[in-house]
Design a protein around this ligand. Structure first.
Ligand code: HXC
Length: 260
């Protein structure tokens, strides 16, 4: 196929879900530069595909991703990483317009945990492990582990994870609010696809506006966020899909959204 490190498929009864499978099994899906560039490319392709409403990102049973590629980083200098755009492809996932659901089995460590946190929803298989072991390598998380993790799970657990490098189970991740559901290992991808199909059945335009509003809550004070939300809410009244949704309700039928 087009990609060395990814499998890319369309899923769901209406083929409206984009499934991206990290496919570098021998290295436990270590996130080398080439893989991250391919991921950015496929996200661009799916964003342009009007038939796709939501994405699912997954790995293998053994590893979602065991982090950035340590062998690739081993001999790099400060000048290499700071001066040569290392991590430039890593910001693409968090900026994705369409929602992304992470379906995590096995290890989600370091950069693997960080890319899961860049997704909008995380579902975990029962044997998933989440952690930020960078401290054991003499470095620190570099793609959100010190920023997104405390916002999601609170300071105490985040500090415990990043300062000790130990990982937590799927059950602990559920308890901490890092993931929203835990499923048996062999059903987590299908469950993520089912949720993605539900999201895809809504207006893609309104879904994007809603995702943007939720993400603002991580950037803003409450008052700024509420103001942003209200502007977007008012904005939905400029769309055909808002009119159609409310008309369909009063006519007791299913809405027929046109993404307009
Ligand atoms: C490169 C990796 C890798 C990684 C695993 N491999 N993780 N290669 N980078 N992050 C390779 C191993 O070298 C090995 O290849 C093969 O995958 C299988 O791994 P094993 O260690 O033999 O498997 P196992 O004993 O089952 O242990 C699994 C594991 C362990 C616990 C996940 O592999 C591990 O600790 N990996 C590193 C986890 C980590 O530190 N992640 C953070 C990276 S730093 P060979 O060829 O030797 O058999 C990071 C920073 C991000 O993510 C900052 C900004 C992006």
């Amino acid at each position: 196929g087009k990609y060395e490190y990814l499998l890319v498929e369309k899923k769901g009864a209406k083929e409206n879900v984009g499934l991206i499978t990290l496919n570098r099994p021998k290295a436990l899906n270590a996130l080398c530069d080439g893989l991250m560039v391919e991921l950015a490319d496929v996200l661009d392709d799916f964003d342009k595909d009007e038939g796709i409403g939501c994405l699912v990102l997954t790995g293998s049973t053994r590893a979602f991703a065991a982090g950035a590629d340590i062998k690739e980083m081993q001999d790099r200098t400060f000048q290499d990483v700071a001066g040569k755009n290392f991590l430039s492809a890593w910001s693409r996932l968090a900026a994705n317009k369409k929602p992304v659901i992470a379906a995590v089995n096995g290890h989600a460590l370091g950069g693997g945990c960080e890319i899961a946190m860049m997704c909008d929803i995380i579902y975990a298989g029962e044997k998933a492990k989440f952690g930020q072991p960078e401290i054991l390598l003499g470095t620190i998380p570099g793609a959100g582990g010190t920023q997104r993790l405390p916002r999601v799970v609170g300071k105490s657990l985040a500090m415990e994870l990043v300062l000790t490098g130990t990982s937590i189970s799927a059950a602990d991740a559920l308890n901490a609010g890092l993931v929203s559901k835990v499923y048996p290992v062999d059903t987590v991808v299908d469950e993520a696809i089912k949720t993605a199909e539900k999201i895809s059945s809504n207006s893609k335009m309104i879904v994007a506006m809603c995702k943007e509003a939720v993400n603002r809550s991580y950037e803003n004070t409450l008052q700024e966020g509420l103001l942003f939300e209200k502007k977007i809410f008012y904005g939905t009244f400029a769309t055909n899909d808002r009119k159609e949704g409310m008309t369909a309700f009063t006519e007791k039928r299913k809405a027929n959204f046109t993404d307009s």
